[in-house]
Design a protein around this ligand. Sequence first.
Ligand SMILES: [Zn+2]
Length: 127
Amino acid sequence: MSSVRLIVISIMAWLGLGSPAIIETPDRWRPDPDVGLLEGMTLRIHWFESSAELREAAANNGQEKERGLLGYSIIRRNIETSEYVCDVYVVKMTGATVDGDRTTTFGHEVLHCFGLSHDSAAARTAK
Ligand SMILES: [Zn+2]
């Protein structure tokens, strides 16, 4: 069995909608210095039936629990082929409101898959 060697570039991208810190000082998108802005990657979506299942999966994957977790993503680079693979973990859209938290979370995590990350410093100095 051949094993694919992957390197994790960006460990976790958590979205904490409703967090007072995020509302008061919103981060700005910027290309991740370790990834750059990607034009393409292999995108894999891991759908969950509920937020509880999503949180349980995150905990089982050794990821730190976060109150209000709505989704997360992990981007990896295959060091042999230089190709990127991004896994997005979110709750299914069925029954969700259009442009609601689930939709926002999905779009947010996909942007991480294209190599964007949060720039908290830019947000603090932005006028
Ligand atoms: Zn994020």
